[in-house]
Design a protein. Structure first.
Length: 256
């Protein structure tokens, strides 16, 4: 079908399921798990068990169509906009979910971070989004470091170290997909930012690829060397890489 999209496939499968939002949530969970390099297998098998082999084949096709659409719309949140379309207005308000227009996201990204200055210094910066939703605001921020925005041949998205948190598991999975497919080193947290509770958290492959845990561990060690008498020193980050990764030269590849 010439006009087939990931949306039409999800809606077709939803005809025999409970609702479109349920299939979409499962689709996001399955896709996020697929990008987790074997670290979320239990979640993956739990999500697929209610679907037939043919339906899973269709969901795989939907993922391919999603990636193709994202490639044609760089750093655009195509998942979040669809989620807002299919989630009822009343249920969104009851969960405290409100859409941030792209124009507002772009304005906030520009006034929050001076991409040119960061690139000139060449040092990573940390960014926290405590109510990330699908990660639209972080995509807007990352776009400032992309070649088509900087006019440079190289992408500087790797200078970002993003932490995205949301109480809605669907939002966190959408964000996981967006951050991973656009190469943004990120930690995703499913939890209540206001109460300070964390239900689950994941670091995507790009977080490991740039060696962020090792960088933090080295910084903690240097801080301790400079001030060994300081009380309540922060525990160094775990520098052990997941078994799904192995080092080859300067790049991190996936081991299956």
């Amino acid at each position: 079908m010439a006009d087939e999209t990931y949306r039409t496939i999800i809606e077709q499968i939803a005809r025999t399921k409970s609702s479109t939002i349920t299939v979409f949530a499962d689709f996001c969970r399955i896709a996020a798990c697929c990008f987790a390099a074997g670290t979320r297998e239990d979640e993956y098998f739990e999500a697929i068990k209610s679907y037939s082999k043919d339906e899973l084949t269709q969901l795989s096709k939907a993922l391919a169509l999603l990636i193709s659409e994202m490639e044609s719309k760089p750093f655009t949140d195509v998942l979040g906009t669809y989620y807002l379309d299919i989630a009822s207005h009343s249920s969104k308000q009851s969960r405290g979910e409100f859409y941030t227009p792209p124009e507002i996201s772009k304005l906030m990204a520009k006034i929050s971070v001076n991409a040119e200055s960061v690139i000139e210094k060449g040092k990573p910066i940390t960014v926290n989004e405590p109510a990330c939703g699908a990660g639209g605001m972080m995509l807007t921020l990352a776009e400032q470091f992309a070649p088509h925005s900087t006019g440079k041949e190289k992408s500087y998205v790797d200078l970002l170290r993003v932490t995205c948190q949301d109480i809605n598991p669907v939002g966190v999975d959408m964000c996981y997909i967006n951050m991973t497919l656009w190469g943004i080193p990120a930690t995703m947290i499913c939890g209540d930012t206001l109460r300070g509770t964390i239900n689950n958290s994941w670091k995507n492959i790009h977080w490991h690829r740039v060696g962020e845990d090792q960088r933090q561990a080295v910084e903690n060690m240097l801080d301790f060397i400079k001030n060994p008498q300081a009380e309540e020193k922060e525990k160094p980050a775990d520098i052990t890489m997941p078994s799904a990764f192995f080092q080859t030269g300067e790049q991190m590849e996936l081991g299956f």
